[in-house]
Ligand binder design. Structure first.
Ligand code: ADP
Length: 402
């Protein structure tokens, strides 16, 4: 059976076709600039033993439906295609950002599920409508195929109230659902599962700290396989220092910015989401550029790395205190997988808590999951590549039987 994995954004559709069982990626691609003057589809197919075949199509793509039809045209194309007919797709997995408190796990999509995703739009006003567009279009094109929603928030629904409640009037939680939800759940869950395998014990017996450092960054405390705390909150702004997002700040800053700089809430929101984080500190948000600038003597680039890694360390320390026993710390995503400097600085000083990084192993470049701590480290440290699409495909496989 083949699974079609869809991550639908407001003007883009990211997708993969994955073979069940072998977990081979048969095709992957991105439709972007939907609704703009000129759209673009880039598809890479991996047909059998031959080399990867790339297709780029540039043409107006007015909506998600035409974008999806373009993808299906390429996937069934005689030369570049990986399926002969859409009937070969056995199930479709959709990434959905916000499941609110309605979903603790992935689920088959029904009209009730669509209703619940819609009810959660106020919690993710940009993402859930775009995810629903993808679901609607896929249901139109594949009416007979089971569709599964995999939520970014579901893994964190095991957090206890002491971790998910803000110290605000309780009414705001009960009536308006104001609480911490957390995100990147599919990634945290995936790398935790891979880590359990490397540790050689069931996930349900593992205490882990998973550190997802990409453009967006988050950290999760996992106790006996379940998320008990995470750094992102009601929205994906809280916690760690990210590419352009500030992470934790004093909530009174809004008032200061309004009173002293005459900013309105929308411009403050844009400042905190798009102009802050690493970019705010040094003008750059790609960690590779930041290291290069720091090496050339750019003091603020160096400072940006220090602010980010100091915040990482602070959260690791907090989550160690929350968990007590920690079996493993896992680094993942673009920075986590590729950046030995950030990993080393994020763990600096934690030797006293039994975290000992092996500098040679940390410096080695490899695309595979690996342990980078010394043999005598009581807390093992891992680099584990995340794979959200594969994680979604595995979720689909548990819900859809051939
Ligand atoms: P997203 O959160 O958008 O999925 P990724 O997980 O792909 O992002 O991470 C993107 C970030 O990873 C980039 O901004 C860049 O800073 C960082 N990155 C990618 N490759 C490297 C590298 N070799 N060294 C350091 N950082 C890297």
């Amino acid at each position: 059976m083949k699974f079609f994995i869809i991550n639908s954004g407001s003007s883009s559709i990211k997708y993969q076709v994955i073979e069940q069982g072998t977990e081979a990626v048969l095709a992957s691609g991105l439709v972007e600039r939907i609704g703009e003057v000129c759209g673009r589809l880039k598809n890479t197919s991996f047909p059998g033993s031959s080399d990867a075949l790339e297709t780029v199509i540039e043409q107006p793509i007015p909506d998600h439906y035409s974008g999806m039809m373009l993808v299906i045209g390429v996937l069934t194309d005689k030369k570049h295609g990986v399926i002969c007919h859409t009937s070969e797709i056995g199930a479709i997995g959709h990434r959905v950002v916000h499941g609110g408190e309605d979903f603790r796990a992935s689920t088959l999509i029904t009209p009730e599920v669509i209703g619940a995703i819609r009810r959660n739009i106020p919690l993710a006003p940009l993402h859930n409508p775009a995810n629903l567009d993808g679901i609607r279009v896929a249901m139109e094109i594949f009416p007979e195929v089971p569709q599964v929603a995999v939520f970014d928030t579901a893994f964190h629904q095991t957090m206890p109230p002491r971790a998910f409640l803000y110290a605000l009037p309780y009414d705001l939680y009960e009536r308006d659902r104001v609480r911490r939800y957390g995100f990147h759940g599919t990634s945290h869950r995936f790398v935790a599962g891979e880590c359990a395998r490397l540790l050689g014990k069931p996930l349900a017996e593992c205490n882990l700290i998973t550190v997802h450092l990409g453009n967006g960054c988050s950290m999760t405390a996992i106790e006996n396989g379940r998320s008990i705390d995470t750094s992102l909150g009601m929205t994906p702004l809280e916690g760690l220092v990210m590419g352009t997002r500030c992470g934790d700040i004093d909530p009174a800053l809004h008032l200061f910015l309004k009173q002293n700089k005459g900013m309105d809430l929308e411009s403050i929101d844009a400042l905190l989401n798009k102009e802050s984080g690493l970019k705010g500190l040094c003008g750059l948000n790609d960690m590779r550029d930041i290291h290069k600038a720091a090496a050339e003597g750019n003091v603020r680039a160096r400072l940006a790395v220090e602010v980010q890694t100091y915040r990482n360390r602070k959260y690791i320390g907090a989550f160690m205190a929350v968990l007590g026993r920690v079996d493993g710390i896992v680094f993942t995503a673009g920075i986590g997988e590729n950046d030995p400097i950030v990993r080393a600085e994020s763990l600096k000083g934690l030797e006293v808590f039994g975290v000992r990084l092996d500098p040679d192993k940390n410096d080695q470049r490899a695309g595979e999951a690996r342990c980078i701590s010394t043999a005598d480290s009581t807390v093992r440290v891992f680099v584990i590549p995340t794979n959200e699409e594969l994680a979604i495909a595995r979720e689909v496989a548990t819900l859809v039987r051939p």
